[in-house]
Design a protein around this ligand. Structure first.
Ligand code: UDP
Ligand code: MG
Length: 350
């Protein structure tokens, strides 16, 4: 990314996946707020591989709104990946991330910016003080999630702070330095240790479209959050194993005593239960290990969490002619395949 580019003061990053229904409403409300701030801004809409009218809607909006920039990901990569893509590509001195569904009110952005400047903060969290518009199930699962995270990661994780937050340029650069390909931002950001504050807001109802977070995705995010930040579950497996050893020891004593007393024929149920129990404990511990092995596996693969297909901000900087492709003379040498590199390049510019 060219650092010489003129910087907007504020970047607003919006991940979107199939949000055609809410997009016009959202754009209208956001634009009123941003134009009213009187600051140079850019809106970075990250189209997370939408398959509905979202790309067309964004293209139409861009015609009359020079502040709108569209980053299109090649395929659906998930909310977190889309957020990271947008935040890392944003040019602003302050970067605010917000959902497209108007559950986070755009009006709060101004307050976040004021807080950041007034108190010289690098991070301002949007904290939901009222979730009465969410379903009881969503409230309950969210409450459990934040309690667990605060236990595992530490008290610096603010409860009820989702992905509506402001980051300073310094915080974004610190994020960029992380080796992780797909950090869970709501845990990594507090962990960075920057001075932070919070503004509260009321979580609102989705005016259109429907949630892209079914239960499976929520469970996925929770599992990812736990294993990305804590080895406590592995320790839990160890404790479970130790407890199992103690219980087994007692059972052995009992068994020997029973054998000595000559009462060893009966007892099939206890044997059966013990085998089932130990089998279950072993499977559980294997599963826990597997979760971490899976994380190591993905980390070692080092694949990016997303691919950017297009970024409207790059168009101005695109060279008129594609760079000439060097032809490798020695076809016996399979190592440097210039053709492949060229494919990647042109692909990235598409
Ligand atoms: N989103 C995304 N990629 C996905 C799923 C969701 O970019 O694969 C976006 C979505 O368009 C919205 C935000 O992430 O702007 C939050 O999603 P949603 O409102 O569905 O989640 P909820 O608020 O119900 O937890
Ligand atoms: Mg939502």
């Amino acid at each position: 990314m060219a650092p010489t580019r003129p910087e907007p003061v504020l970047s607003v990053v919006v991940p979107m996946f199939n949000e055609e229904a809410v997009l016009p409403l959202f754009a209208r409300r956001l634009r009123v707020v941003l134009d009213g701030l009187g600051e140079a801004y850019e809106v970075v809409a990250v189209d997370d591989g939408s398959t509905d009218g979202t790309p067309a809607g964004l293209a139409a909006l861009r015609v009359g709104w020079p502040g709108l920039r569209v980053v299109r990901l090649r395929r659906n990569s998930g909310h977190q990946a889309a957020l990271v893509a947008g935040v890392l590509r944003a040019h602003g001195r302050y970067v605010v991330s917000i959902d497209a569904d108007l559950q986070d009110p755009p009006e709060t952005i101004g307050e976040m910016l004021r807080r950041a400047r007034a108190d010289d903060l690098d991070i301002v969290y949007g904290v939901r003080d009222d979730r009465s518009t969410d379903s009881p199930f969503k409230r309950w699962t969210a409450g459990a999630y934040y309690r667990l995270m605060r236990r595992l990661v530490g008290k610096q994780v603010p409860a009820q702070a989702g992905d509506f937050r402001l980051l300073s340029r310094a915080a974004v650069e610190a994020l960029r330095e992380l080796p992780e390909r797909s950090p869970v931002l709501r845990l990594v950001v507090p962990w960075l240790g920057f001075p932070s504050g919070a503004v509260t807001y009321r979580r609102q109802e989705r005016p259109a479209g429907r949630t892209k977070y079914p239960l499976t995705r929520m469970v996925g995010l929770a599992a990812e959050s736990v294993t990305s930040f804590s080895a406590a579950p592995l320790r839990f497996a160890t404790w479970l194993g130790l407890a199992g050893v103690v219980v087994c020891g007692l059972l052995v004593v009992l068994a020997v005593a029973a054998w000595l007393a000559g009462a060893t024929v009966t007892g099939w149920p206890s044997l059966y239960v013990a085998i089932l129990f130990l089998g279950a404990v072993q499977l559980l511990c294997l599963g826990l290990l597997g979760e971490y092995v899976a994380r190591i596996y993905t980390a070692v693969q080092g694949r990016p969490a997303y691919f950017v297909a297009t970024d409207t901000a790059d168009e101005r900087h695109r060279p008129a002619e594609p760079a000439p492709v060097e032809v490798v003379e020695d076809t016996d040498d399979p190592a440097p395949v210039a053709g492949d590199a060229a494919t990647v390049l042109t692909d990235a510019r598409r």
